[in-house]
Ligand binder design. Structure first.
Ligand code: SIN
Ligand code: CO
Length: 384
């Protein structure tokens, strides 16, 4: 899947994080990557996050998956929608939908949520805290787009759903297969299926909140801090009023915090691991059989390619001219020499064919073996 007709530079300059944009079928050739009954099957599986939203009359009801297979028999042909999270981790053709959006850094990408709706179905007027590209896969959906919302926007009283109490559409778009609607964070929207078999693929992004960043980084730092690393004042002098917390004491106390918080190197290493932690860490993707370096070399020399696990997150930070830190699935791998350009390729491509010469480099082979045996990379079957 790739774009044929989409000006990425203009999009980033004019719309990204700024305003909604309708991108009329920009694909070279659009094909819907997943059948509705395959999506329904995923919603019945343990370990797959899914939701069913029904609108009997004016009320909204939410059920969490896994759903019973016969749940679909009684839903009727109007006003319900099924939503399945992170379908890219289970369906390679859906994972492939992310590739053309790699103009956004890997660490910002969250997942592909897929919805199926019967006529009139939708999740109701709401806003999301993240950017989203809503790709119409099958059927038609009317999107009503409203203004900016935030935590103060009034919501309908509902225990499970965050639906806007006062939604007013400013724009209305009808999306047909292949059309993409970009919605920036905070912009209210309401998608209503027009007719049967409406499937929408949401490429969702992530943006850490300041409180999450501070809280999670501090938790990480606290784990290694020593209780006897304490305030000290060997230079204490008599002060006029013992009640005063002196300027020098405040400076020294404050520095105890800012010295730690201001450590950019420690922060960047932590953030690489933090942001590459899998979305569902409880999922075990390790291969049934771990391989050894000689089997790996043999396969690669025969020209077998390796595919990055769509559930794995690959990113890197350049530590200095000689060292690159590769972050995969919450782990840091230090790369030097020939492993550097190779790690860069791994972060930029989901399918890699290894140059025969590279199989002679121990650092590259050690990296590949580790990634393979963790389940972050797998051999690509030749007949695909
Ligand atoms: C949907 O696919 O129905 C909902 C997507 C969204 O509004 O974020
Ligand atoms: Co939304």
């Amino acid at each position: 899947m790739h774009f044929n007709n989409f000006d990425i530079t203009a999009f980033l300059g004019n719309s990204w994080q700024k305003k909604p944009q309708l991108i009329k079928n920009p694909w070279a050739a659009w094909t819907n990557p997943l059948e509705p009954d395959e999506l329904a099957g995923l919603a019945c599986e343990e370990g797959v996050e899914s939701r069913l939203i029904t609108q009997p009359e004016t009320t909204w009801k939410l059920e969490h998956g896994p759903l019973a297979e016969d749940r679909f028999d009684t839903l009727g042909d109007k006003n319900w929608t099924l939503l399945v999270q992170a379908v890219d981790q289970h369906v390679p053709t859906v994972a492939a939908l992310i590739e053309p959006f790699r103009f956004i850094p890997n660490w910002r990408i969250d997942d592909v949520m897929v919805s199926f709706a019967a006529d009139g179905g939708g999740v109701g007027p709401h806003f999301d805290q993240y950017d989203v590209f809503l790709i119409q896969g099958l059927g038609k959906r009317q999107w009503q787009v409203g203004g900016h919302c935030d935590e103060t926007s009034a919501l309908l009283p509902h225990d499970d759903l965050r639906l806007l109490a006062d939604f007013e559409a400013v724009d209305t778009f009808v999306c047909e297969p292949g059309d993409i609607l970009y919605i920036p964070p905070g912009v209210s929207h309401n998608g209503i299926a027009m007719g049967d078999d409406c499937m929408t693929y949401s490429i969702g992004f992530r943006a850490p909140s300041r409180s999450e960043l501070i809280g999670d980084w501090c938790d990480d730092m606290l784990a290694d801090m020593l209780d006897d690393d304490r305030y000290g004042d060997p230079d204490l002098a008599i002060q006029e009023n013992p009640g005063e917390i002196s300027t020098s004491a405040v400076d020294r106390l404050h520095a105890m915090i800012t010295d730690k918080i201001g450590d950019r190197t420690a922060f960047s290493c932590w953030f690489g691991e933090y942001s590459s932690t899998p979305k569902y860490p409880e999922m075990d993707w390790q291969p049934e059989e771990k391989i050894e370096i000689k089997d790996l070399r043999e396969q690669l020399q025969q020209g077998v390619s390796l595919r990055c696990n769509p559930a794995s997150r690959f990113s890197f930070i350049r530590a200095d001219a000689e060292k690159l830190l590769l972050f995969v699935d919450g782990q840091t791998m230090e790369c030097t020499g020939d492993a550097i350009p190779f790690a860069e390729t791994l972060c930029a491509q989901s399918l890699v064919t290894i140059d025969e010469q590279l199989t002679n480099f121990d650092s590259v082979m050690a990296l590949l073996l580790d990634l393979h045996n963790r389940g972050s990379l797998a051999f690509e079957p030749r007949d695909l």
